[in-house]
Design a binder for this molecule. Structure first.
Ligand SMILES: Nc1ncnc2c1ncn2[C@@H]1O[C@H](COP(=O)(O)OP(=O)(O)OP(=O)(O)O)[C@@H](O)[C@H]1O
Ligand SMILES: [Mg+2]
Length: 244
């Protein structure tokens, strides 16, 4: 179980303090599929990075199964079972796709298994397994490779930041199946940041974040109809300071 207790995150911009996350408290239970959504700039990616250990909160504590992990690095958190896929994945010159999947699983898999993970995200394994994870990969290819590494890792908490970004329309349905399968097969929670209704629709819980705060958190059945029924809700009602 992941607990966020009064998490705030601020940066100094032109000598001014800017608060990006404002006193966020959340409890994420085990074995749940949780979607985070909300307007652009609301703080979703920042929250994911705080959970993964890429950014340290300015205030508040993070507990993982009761252990205080606030001061642990991304690597230490990964060892405890938290994996994270970037909104814009990182490229690793000199590292092949095969290396990356092996690293994710702790070197314990065969090439055939690595290929299996690539096939799951719709990539022809033969064409990609020995490719370098460098600038020659397209954005969508890179995104899928990163998703494959997280699936291969099978950690207790997998965080995906907008996995749909850059994925073509034809592959999107397949991506939904990948997450559904992952949810049914792994013992662990999936936390997905998404703007896509079809992803929100397969979640158990939805968290709406806007202006650095949790605006709503509850069962999909309770949150989604209100989100969809109010077209301007995502853009204005929670995101803007002024009236739209
Ligand atoms: N280092 C930083 N310095 C200044 N502002 C920052 C910094 N990091 C993030 N921000 C700002 O914090 C806000 C939240 O950013 P974040 O990336 O978390 O939003 P988001 O909800 O993920 O948005 P999107 O839906 O567009 O991905 C944005 O206004 C962003 O410009
Ligand atoms: Mg983001």
């Amino acid at each position: 179980m992941l607990e966020l207790k009064n998490i705030s995150f601020g940066v100094t911009e032109d000598a001014d303090e800017k608060e990006i996350l404002k006193d966020i408290s959340l409890v994420l239970e085990d074995n749940r599929f949780i979607a985070i959504t909300g307007p652009n700039g609301g703080g979703k990616s920042t929250l994911a990075k705080v959970i993964a250990g890429i950014k340290r909160p300015t205030e508040g504590r993070i507990l993982w199964d009761g252990q205080d992990i606030t001061d642990l690095s991304i690597t230490e958190r990964a060892k405890l079972g938290i994996s994270y896929a970037f909104q814009q994945p990182v490229r690793f010159k000199g590292v092949t796709v095969s290396d990356l999947i092996r690293l994710a699983t702790g070197n314990s898999i065969t090439t055939a298994d690595a290929c299996e993970y690539l096939s799951e995200v719709g990539l022809c394994a033969r064409d990609y397994i020995n490719r370098e994870v460098n600038a020659s990969l397209s954005g969508g290819e890179l995104k899928r490779i990163e998703i494959a590494t997280i699936i291969a890792r099978k950690t207790k908490l997998s965080v995906f930041d907008e996995p749909e970004a850059g994925i073509d329309l034809w592959s999107f349905s397949n991506l939904i199946s990948v997450f559904e399968k992952m949810h049914s097969q792994i013992k662990g929670s999936i936390l997905i940041i998404s703007h896509q209704e079809r992803i929100l629709n397969i979640a158990d819980e939805i968290i709406l974040i806007a202006d650095g705060r949790v605006v709503k958190h509850g069962a999909k059945e309770d949150i989604l109809p209100a989100l969809l029924g109010t077209p301007d809700m995502m853009q204005c009602r929670f995101g803007c300071q002024e009236e739209c």
